[in-house]
Design a protein. Structure first.
Length: 507
């Protein structure tokens, strides 16, 4: 899952800027000047109103910039995977791994721990030394324990997907699922290995699976991809093998908390068109402590990065912290009726690697007659890694996947996604693959419009209706100069060397 709650702001801007080379790719010099005359025409308004609108526009632009900057920081502050030539001695002292952990380790053990951290994005050294059946604090709101559980609930298959995950982390995910799901409700566990090259995930994992299966034949199933398919198709591979009426699709770096399953199965039994997310807490990547997260809905910004949202007003009015929270989208791990998931079109398997599929599923479910909700009584702790193992350039995949969502589901609002990524709406140069099947699916399911979705399900999302153009403004006489917002304190625009980052993006 891509979502992080902490913005981790106020870290040295210099550090952020130096790590931002891929943001510079967003600069499309040359295109902007051609494009500027051709897009939206702003409707003429009476003067007074116009002034008001302009003031409002300014404020929105400032907020948008702050939002954008926050995003940029969020994406780039994450510790990058190590480059092979990096000097280990240097990384040794700098690494965030040792900020709150490991002071007592010998230098040799610190070196081993650091190497594992750089590989996995979390403290696998520590994970290997923690019990697989460790207990978690019960973070459910008061009232969850008094929930009436019906006699009969559907069984669930739990799918864990992974690529090059630490064995102890996978095993702890499995243990917590077995220990904290009532045995009569847990039909099976399915492990999807997305072509890991890590040796311990072959033999040692097999030994563990075989041992469990001698006691409970067929209880753990393993699917291995012969080439890396990415997390989206991995989830679908797991679903294909599942046989229980309900399927839970999870990352393999989670720990299920007590009583997580019953509230979910109750809601799906009542209405099979509900797609459910548990409430997430964080397992800190350095010391593996559990950090309680506030109750949230799950949404996204116009780049389609997922975001935790404050629950809607209607939820607060209930004054019942155990009530389901209506959610515009999903952050990635969810539980769904097995057959309904197929009827609604699984995940978009034309997406690559990572990101956007969770947003697409949320939008699709709502627009096509289902609903999405987060359950406060179902809690799962999840490791937010310091960096992802999938690929170094996640952003390019997320952008491509986001454009697929825009083209299939967002009608006239697709422009907002192109604007957010700062790319032209015609001839963007990005190959989004074939979307005809997804468009046919939308037609077949007779889904509602994106405007309906925004108004009804995601009113918090900002709409832009009076955009004339967007991009950077480049000086035609001296082409390395661009309009820039200038020093924060002075509020006067300046010409500055083009860098294409937020202070130069105009809307
Ligand atoms: Mn994850």
């Amino acid at each position: 899952m891509v979502c992080t709650r902490k913005t981790k702001t106020l870290v040295s801007t210099c550090v952020i800027l130096s790590g931002m080379t891929n943001i510079i790719c967003l600069l499309y010099v040359g295109w902007v000047t051609n494009y500027i005359a051709s897009v939206y025409v702003k409707v003429q308004e009476p003067m007074a109103e116009k002034k008001l609108e302009e003031d409002k526009g300014d404020t929105l632009r400032i907020i948008e910039r702050l939002d954008h900057l926050e995003n940029v920081i969020k994406q780039h502050i994450q510790e990058a995977p190590p480059k092979p030539e990096e000097n280990p001695a240097e990384a040794f002292t700098d690494s965030s791994l040792f900020a709150h952990w490991g002071q007592d380790l010998s230098p040799e053990n610190r070196r081993i721990a650091l190497k594992q951290f750089q590989y996995y994005g979390y403290n696998a050294y520590l994970s290997d030394r923690l019990p697989l059946d460790r207990s978690l604090p019960d973070l459910r709101p008061n009232g969850c324990k008094n929930l009436t559980i019906p006699d009969s609930l559907p069984e669930v298959s739990i799918v864990f997907i992974f690529v090059n995950e630490a064995l102890s982390v996978i095993l702890r995910s499995i243990h917590s699922a077995i220990d904290r799901t009532p045995p009569h409700l847990l039909k099976e566990i399915i492990l999807v290995d997305d072509n890991s090259n890590n040796e311990e995930l072959k033999e040692k994992l097999k030994e563990y699976v075989d041992e469990v299966n001698t006691r409970k034949p067929g209880f753990i199933k393993v699917v291995r991809h012969s080439k890396q398919e990415g997390l989206i198709r991995s989830r679908v591979s797991g679903w294909r093998v599942a046989t229980a009426p309900v399927v839970a699709l999870f990352d393999a770096h989670v720990e299920f908390n007590v009583g997580w399953a019953e509230p979910v199965l109750i809601r799906i039994k009542e209405n099979r068109k509900r797609v459910i997310s548990p409430s997430f807490d964080n397992i800190k990547y350095d010391n593996f402590e559990i950090e309680e997260y506030p109750l949230s809905a799950q949404g996204f910004d116009w780049e389609l990065w997922c975001r935790y949202l404050n629950p809607p007003k209607s939820w607060w009015k209930l004054e019942n912290s155990t009530a389901p929270i209506r959610s515009p989208a999903l952050i990635g791990c969810f539980i769904v009726d097995r057959q309904y998931f197929q009827e609604i079109g699984l995940l978009d398997e034309g997406m690559e690697v990572y990101g956007g599929e969770n947003v697409e599923l949320g939008i699709r479910v709502w627009q096509c007659g289902g609903s999405v909700e987060v359950l406060p009584c179902s809690r799962i702790a999840h490791i937010e890694r310091a960096h992802k193992p999938y690929t170094e350039d996640l952003t390019a995949h997320v952008r491509r996947n986001a454009l697929r969502v825009a083209e299939v589901w967002m009608d006239e609002f697709k422009s907002h996604v192109y604007m957010a990524w700062n790319i032209p709406q015609e001839d963007s140069g990005i190959d989004i693959g074939d979307i005809s099947e997804r468009k046919a699916l939308r037609k077949k399911l007779q889904c509602k419009t994106f405007r309906w979705y925004l108004v009804t399900v995601y009113p918090e999302m900002r709409m832009y209706s009076d955009i004339i153009a967007y991009g950077v403004l480049q000086n035609s006489l001296k082409s390395d100069l661009c309009l820039d917002q200038g020093p924060d304190t002075e509020n006067i625009p300046i010409m500055y060397i083009c860098h294409g980052m937020t202070p130069q993006l105009q809307l």
